[in-house]
Ligand binder design. Structure first.
Ligand SMILES: *Cc1c(COP(=O)(O)O)cnc(C)c1O
Length: 418
């Protein structure tokens, strides 16, 4: 472990990925550890958006659907994201939001299973999954006469699979509140053995940890564009189906962009070949342009393996420094120490004051976030987070705790978004 700021600076000097920070337009005086909630702004984005607006839109008008390739954006950006998550070209498309894609992909999986195996009436997930995934699953369970079964802890999942009756297992690969990562290959193998289809939410994984959907035997996946992919607030999300499903599954939002020939304007629906059937309506071109700039910052790293090495070094250093510098403050490490189980974030729980402690830290320019009821969450995007940032962040956290300044009333106020 390092014991001085100079040593942290030396690690940054030796960091082969240090140059990637130059691709971001980071505000002065802010140490940003919240890229898992909203990725930072890439330098390329503003100019690209201006070009899309002023040249492609103002000049090109409708011609830009063909000439500027707008119509191909969902597949083009999908291929770039596919390369980061182990999807083959043409298998992954960008569309809609993560919530909507969970709806489409979970429906598609259920409609593959239920007609043939009507005795399988369970959707398996986790109680601590991100709520929107559970809300969508609840709705689909009602619609299909299924039951949503929730594992209380990760080790219950294999037991619930083995109990039988499960049609689809829907899990988030890296948990948003704990940073714990599932072993995707093992769970997929267990699901397959039980005849269960899998749907993975990669919201906290894509651009953060190596994923290989095809190698690891996944059936469906969705993910988020505005977290580690740096696509901007509310960026479009993505959806993937294994090629053994993509040509025969159906999804309920059968809009014209998912039609085999949208511009023949026929009155009845015929799904496009493969994953394109997951498209619904007209792509949000401006948002897609911003997303592409974000995805390009990740692709520039030259592979997820190098990013993973740095991510683990950053999260590992943060954990060690918190252990040493904040030991008197009743912080409980929620994120696994085992690297194999750790995503790219570190979460600390504290029974009282977690919200105020984070607000006080933000007042010092160190931006993480709070997740109810008791979690301090720190995301480490290896593209732009430096070792010295980890050092400075833990010094600031220890300072806020040692001084007790977080107890001031001004740090209690809550906005609509936390
Ligand atoms: C962030 C996140 C989402 C976000 O869904 P939206 O539809 O973009 O609001 C969904 N699922 C998980 C697991 C997330 O972490």
């Amino acid at each position: 472990m390092i014991t001085s700021r100079e040593q942290a600076l030396a690690l940054d000097r030796d960091d082969e990925l240090a140059h990637l920070r130059d691709r971001f337009d980071l505000p002065e005086g802010v140490l940003y550890l919240d890229g898992n909630s909203l990725g930072a702004l890439p330098k390329a984005t503003a100019a690209r958006l201006e070009d899309v607006v002023k040249r492609e839109w103002r000049q090109g008008l409708t011609g830009s659907w063909n000439e500027a390739g707008w119509v191909h954006l969902p597949a083009r950006i999908g291929d770039k994201i596919g390369a980061l998550v182990g999807a083959y070209p043409g298998e992954l498309v960008v569309a809609d939001s993560t919530s909507v894609n969970v709806y489409k992909a979970l429906s598609a999986a259920l409609t593959l299973v239920l007609p043939e195996r009507p005795e399988r009436r369970r959707i398996l997930s986790e109680r601590h999954n991100f709520p929107t995934d559970l809300y969508i699953a609840e709705s689909l369970a009602r619609q299909h006469g299924c039951q949503l079964v929730l594992a209380e802890t990760p080790d219950q999942i294999p037991l619930l699979l083995a109990q039988g009756g499960v049609a689809v297992m829907m899990l988030t690969h890296v948990n948003y509140r704990t940073g714990r990562m599932h072993d995707m290959a093992t769970l997929n193998a267990q699901a397959r053995q039980a005849g269960v289809l899998t749907l993975w939410d990669l919201a906290h994984s894509a651009g953060a940890v190596p994923i290989d959907l095809n190698r690891d035997g996944a059936d469906f996946a969705v993910g988020c564009g505005y977290k580690y992919l740096n696509g901007g607030p509310g960026a479009p999300a993505f959806v993937w189906a294994h090629s053994s499903h993509a040509y025969r599954c159906t999804q309920p939002l059968s809009g014209w962009f998912g039609h085999a020939r949208p511009f023949t304007f026929t009155p009845s629906y015929e799904p496009a070949s493969g994953s394109k059937r997951f498209l619904c309506g007209t792509p949000a071109v401006l948002a897609m342009a911003a997303l592409e700039c974000g995805v390009d910052t990740v692709s520039a790293a030259g592979g997820m393996a190098v990013l993973r090495r740095k991510s683990l070094a950053l999260t590992g250093l943060f954990i060690e420094l918190v252990d040493t510098l904040c030991q008197d403050h009743r912080l409980a490490l929620v994120t696994p120490r085992d690297e194999a189980l750790r995503g790219s974030q570190v979460c600390l729980a504290r029974q009282d004051g977690a919200y105020s402690i984070m607000q006080a830290l933000i007042a010092h320019g160190v931006v993480g976030d709070f997740r109810a009821p008791d979690i301090l969450r720190f995301g480490f995007t290896p593209l732009y987070t430096r070792y010295v940032d980890v050092w400075d962040a833990v010094q600031a956290l220890a300072g806020v705790l040692d001084s007790g300044e977080w107890r001031q009333a001004r740090f209690e106020r809550q906005g609509a978004v936390t």
